[in-house]
Design a protein around this ligand. Structure first.
Ligand SMILES: Cc1cc2nc3c(=O)[nH]c(=O)nc-3n(C[C@H](O)[C@H](O)[C@H](O)COP(=O)(O)OP(=O)(O)OC[C@H]3O[C@@H](n4cnc5c(N)ncnc54)[C@H](O)[C@@H]3O)c2cc1C
Length: 258
């Protein structure tokens, strides 16, 4: 069974973040790491391939190829190879353009299953995976808290507010996984050394036949302004003069939760 995992390299959340002044895009010139949200997909894929006894995990990423530490981390965990789409013309890509690029790269692998996180830790629109599924004509199942493959079917326990739904789909399909679907492994020293010689294919927009359709020229969205969020107002302090309970009830009543 061949599985593609979408993995995003993001600016280290532990480092100070800034926006580029002209485009308002996140400044991604510093150190990039593997988004922790994607380590769950990588681990899930490795376990499914292990269980199937055949196949491999390919990680696919769009972004800078100048720092591949995040992708190497996925390879060190056990993924067999990586495809990175990296091109200056991708600057200004919105979520749909990102999905077009990732879908075109995934199409080259023709996997049985595509895994992604439900949302990234930096952009967190949570829209890219389902757009990829639509572009590839695949069924998508989101918010997986468990994923099982049996023959040509994938069964997912899909997290809901009330509990979970059991959803079954024919393969190929796309599934987004939540944190907690499995416990990601730490890369071993052997895995880190092996990752250095695993294949990493770097593709351009032209390689994917997407010239002029992605990047700023293909974007349907633009960031027109960025403003600091308003500071939160201090809350109202209610003093309990023996009527505290009544005041709480009156407050809850006023916001219509009673
Ligand atoms: C107008 C506009 C301009 C932008 N310009 C730029 C820019 O110049 N440079 C730039 O880097 N970003 C840019 N962005 C942000 C970029 O579009 C988002 O990173 C992208 O749309 C993915 O959205 P997200 O992070 O919200 O993904 P989500 O939908 O929250 O991601 C869910 C999951 O999809 C997968 N995924 C998402 N993105 C990728 C990826 N790139 N590679 C592999 N897997 C992925 C991961 O598994 C991820 O956890 C721009 C956004 C807008 C709206």
């Amino acid at each position: 069974m061949n599985i593609v995992v979408c993995v995003k390299q993001i600016p280290d959340p532990a480092a100070p973040q800034s926006l580029e002044s002209s485009t308002h895009n996140l400044n991604r010139s510093g150190k990039l790491i593997l988004d922790e949200a994607d380590t769950y997909g990588v681990e899930m894929a490795l376990q499914l391939v292990d269980k199937a006894g055949t196949g491999e995990v390919t990680v696919v990423s769009m972004g800078s190829s100048s720092d591949l530490a995040g992708v190497r981390n996925a390879l060190a965990m056990g993924a067999a190879k990586a495809i990175i789409v990296s091109d200056d013309s991708l600057r200004g890509s919105d979520a749909l353009s990102t999905a077009k690029v990732l879908a075109a790269a995934i199409r080259r692998v023709n996997p049985d299953l595509v895994l992604a996180a439900t949302e990234s830790s930096d952009g967190y629109t949570g829209t890219t995976p389902v757009q990829i599924a639509e572009l590839l004509g695949l069924p998508s199942i989101t918010f997986a808290k468990s994923v099982n493959v049996d023959g040509s079917l994938v069964t997912v326990n899909r997290q809901t507010e009330a509990g979970y739904d059991e959803v079954t789909s024919p393969l190929p399909a796309l599934v987004t996984v939540t944190a907690g679907v499995v416990e990601p492994r730490y890369a071993s020293f052997k895995g880190i050394m092996a990752a250095k010689s695993k294949p990493v294919e770097i593709l351009t927009v032209a390689d994917l036949g997407l010239d002029g359709q992605v990047g700023a020229s293909g974007a349907g969205q633009s960031i027109v302004a960025v403003e600091a969020a308003e500071a939160r107002e201090s809350g109202e302090v209610v003093v309990d003069d023996g009527d505290g309970a009544d005041k709480i009830v009156a407050f809850l009543d006023s916001i219509k939760v009673l």
